[in-house]
Design a protein around this ligand. Structure first.
Ligand code: FMN
Length: 170
């Protein structure tokens, strides 16, 4: 049995990601999503810098997100068309719920950059655990978009520090 949430130990022993493209509605509603994010934020954070941002992409924002990905892809891959772009459309629309996790390290802090980045990554792991604890399944994806300067700029992220989009669903 995967994602057996009957105890913390059994969950840790059976944790598995879902496949974003196979996720179906219903995803978490607004209150559940808030609760999932609150759980995820109980992450070790040296210096309490909260060096991350979690961005929700609402259903009505999926088309705009897809357009952003496609614009960025064409800008970075001149002449791109066809399958490349339909794959980005599929990526932007898959799974009922989409969160972007952005690493936003605090420059000049005495806490080393790597520690801040690991803390942001730990939020990603905790988001998966929290989604599972609420009866959903999650998946953590980066792909090209997570490292695109154009996509990063749209989310006011320093691209060198931009990591994972991820999705959660039932
Ligand atoms: C930071 C990060 C980025 C990832 N990006 C992708 C990705 O772009 N595409 C993909 O197929 N899997 C990606 N994965 C792997 C999946 O999220 C997943 O961990 C993997 O399929 C193994 O499944 P499991 O979590 O059930 O062990 C990524 C994992 C991490 C930690």
């Amino acid at each position: 049995m995967f994602n057996d949430t009957s105890s913390l130990k059994s969950h840790l022993a059976t944790r598995r990601s879902g496949k974003a493209r196979d996720m179906v509605t219903p995803g978490p509603d607004t209150d559940e999503l808030r609760a999932i994010i609150e759980l995820a934020l109980r992450t070790p954070d040296h210096g309490k810098l909260a060096p991350w941002r979690i961005i929700t992409i609402a259903p009505e924002q999926r088309d705009a997100f897809a357009a952003l990905l496609k614009q960025a892809w064409v800008a970075e891959n001149p002449g791109a068309a066809g399958m490349d772009l339909s794959a980005l459309d599929q990526f932007a629309h898959q799974a009922p719920t989409l969160l972007l996790l952005v690493s936003t390290p605090v420059a000049g802090s005495k806490i080393p950059l790597w520690e801040q980045q690991m803390s942001a990554g730990a939020v990603g792991m905790n988001l998966l655990h929290a989604a599972h604890a609420h009866g959903y399944v999650g998946s953590w994806l980066t792909g090209w978009a997570a490292f695109s300067p154009n996509v990063g700029a749209a989310f006011a992220a320093d691209t060198d520090e931009t990591p994972p989009g991820r999705e959660i669903s039932s």
